[in-house]
Design a protein around this ligand. Structure first.
Ligand code: MSP
Length: 532
């Protein structure tokens, strides 16, 4: 295990009451792009995702399907949640299931530790609970139901009636942490982003906190409370701990778990949707404070993918499966589209028309066309051997300067989770190179022997630009860039694409003269209209 701390990024762990939709794939894709980018900066990275298997929501779904919860989660995880990672081309380092022994044991040990410190006491909970959110609600959070639910109080997120819970449970002294959390966020204003999310959390904290019921006694699908097996751990308390149990929380010094924890924790980024911000920015850091553990460096709350102006959701049956889009456009275009077209942190709507239009203009006509023109011309005019650039002019100097600028913009933006600006900068560079090709018109230069040095300079410039584009777009579009890398002969000349540093991508002249360039398959083939 290395001495340097890994850049540690997590996604939420997803409920397995149903199969994934593109809202879930969106978070994992963002995490995958960010971690691939950090890897290409030469950092050690740990990228965790997984599934949340306990709680009433999953238990009731299993009951409704006439199977045990264990059968249900095993089936859904095996047939849907693990395969979707391959569908979207995620390169996660670990996948945690909350039913795993490693998780259960560490949760129980953590809980016992808090109990021994006096952070947990027995009390009575009487109040509303939303099973879809798996959340104890404050009466003020609820809305008056309409239509079928008239006269009932409904959850503002799911629009469904809440249930009244009255149980003797174990409580965590959450109320003791409001001031400490506020002080933490004042001292670390970037610990919750974007700014709107930070404001929401701090204003919520200013209203004070109530202690939290952290166990349930009316059902048994969960982790038993170690000192009171008649209760199971509240599903959010269990789930939040996954971020730490997956990397060895609480293991004996000298064990591999303890070493992993020391070199991974705290998390650098917890990516979450805005609906689960409070759990991550209030309850989770309070749990860590209670255990004297370091707090995550950042919780970033992204927006929702909307359908008809509402959050796409399994409960409302508006979910689109990632494969519906990926079977048609491919995983690269999926990854590119969602991160490039929606500001990370804001809501966005998906439409086939918009996706199709961007695919055609930015990927097929943009990058795809540039790559195939470049390789085809080196084939035609230089027998596929990369020529030397000996006659640089202002046009090339301008492109080289733009590339250097692009690298800085893209790196700054992606490190700040502003994917749209980062990807947009690379796209603008692609446009600039395409314009350069049109203006320099190598097919005209090729007609006159006297222009040979210029022709070679232009062709080298196109291929060297494509080399940089492959490096800078690799985190977003791993498959197409790997194919481009091969077409440029760069795998043989420069080594593996994943090993190329993004921060070094602007250094001009890396692709060696004499490299064999071959025109391969179109990176982004033209597609039929998905509706036809
Ligand atoms: N199991 C909890 C998380 C526990 S983390 C310790 C949970 N699961 S979930 O499956 O309901 O949601 C997981 C994530 O998917 C959340 O971040 C949520 O915001 C995200 N999304 C679910 N629907 C979404 C959209 N329509 N759009 C974007 N993200 C969405 O909550």
């Amino acid at each position: 295990m290395s001495d340097t701390k890994a850049f540690y990024l997590t996604t939420p762990i997803y409920y397995v009451n149903d199969a994934p939709h593109i809202g879930h794939a969106y978070t994992t894709t963002a995490g995958d792009v960010l971690t691939r980018w950090h890897r290409q900066r030469g950092e050690r990275v740990w990228f965790l995702t997984g599934v949340d298997e306990h709680g009433q929501k999953v238990m009731r779904t299993a009951e409704a399907n006439d199977v045990t919860p264990t059968e249900w989660v095993d089936r859904l995880v095996g047939t849907a949640w693990v395969p979707v990672l391959e569908t979207i081309d995620a390169a996660n380092d670990d996948f945690i299931r909350t039913t795993e022994v490693r998780h259960k044991e560490r949760v129980q040990r953590f809980l016992q530790g808090l109990k021994d410190k006096g952070e947990i006491y027995e009390g009575k909970y009487d109040g509303p609970y939303c099973v879809a959110c798996e959340e104890f609600k404050l009466p003020g959070d609820l809305l008056d139901g309409e239509g079928d639910y008239a006269g009932q109080k409904v959850c503002p997120v799911h629009g469904r009636p809440v249930e009244q819970v009255s149980e003797t449970n174990w409580f965590f002294r959450l109320s003791a942490y409001a001031e400490k959390l506020l002080a933490h966020y004042e001292a670390n204003p970037l610990a919750v982003e974007p700014q709107s999310a930070c404001n929401e959390v701090t204003s919520f904290l200013r209203g004070g906190l109530q202690d939290l019921s952290i166990s349930r006694s009316s059902f048994d699908w969960g982790i038993p409370v170690p000192w009171d097996p008649s209760q199971v751990v509240y599903v959010w308390f269990d789930a939040l701990l996954n971020y730490a149990t997956a990397v060895g929380l609480g293991d004996e010094p000298g064990t591999p778990g303890a070493e992993q924890f020391a070199s991974t924790w705290p998390a650098d980024v917890h990516l979450v949707g805005k609906d689960i911000l409070r759990f991550h920015a209030v309850i989770w850091p309070a749990m860590l404070m209670a255990a004297d553990l370091p707090l995550p460096k950042k919780v970033f709350a992204h927006g929702w993918l909307l359908v008809g102006g509402e959050k796409m959701s399994k409960t409302k049956l508006t979910g689109i499966a990632p494969s519906q889009i990926i079977d048609h456009f491919g995983s690269d275009a999926f990854r590119y589209y969602f991160l490039r077209s929606i500001t990370f942190g804001s809501d966005g709507s998906f439409s086939w028309e918009d996706m199709s239009a961007r695919y055609t203009s930015e990927l097929a006509n943009g990058l795809g066309n540039l790559a195939s023109r470049g390789a085809a011309m080196v084939g035609k005019y230089c027998d596929g051997v990369l020529p030397e650039a000996t006659a640089y002019s202002d046009a090339e100097a301008a492109l080289q300067a733009l590339l250097a600028e692009t690298v800085v913009t893209a790196d700054d933006a992606i490190l700040a989770l502003d994917f749209q600006t980062g990807i947009g900068a690379v796209r603008q560079f692609v446009d600039a190179v395409n314009l350069y090709v049109t203006e320099q018109a190598p097919w005209v230069l090729a007609k006159d022997e006297a222009n040979l040095a210029r022709l070679h300079t232009v062709l080298y410039t196109i291929c060297e630009s494509l080399r940089a584009i492959a490096v800078l777009h690799h985190a977003v579009m791993p498959k197409a860039t790997a194919s481009l890398w091969q077409q440029l002969g760069a795998d043989i000349a420069l080594g593996r694409l994943v090993d190329q540093r993004v921060t070094d991508a602007g250094r001009w002249g890396q692709l060696p003269v004499g490299t064999t360039v071959t025109k391969g398959a179109n990176l982004f083939p033209r597609l039929e209209d998905p509706a036809s």
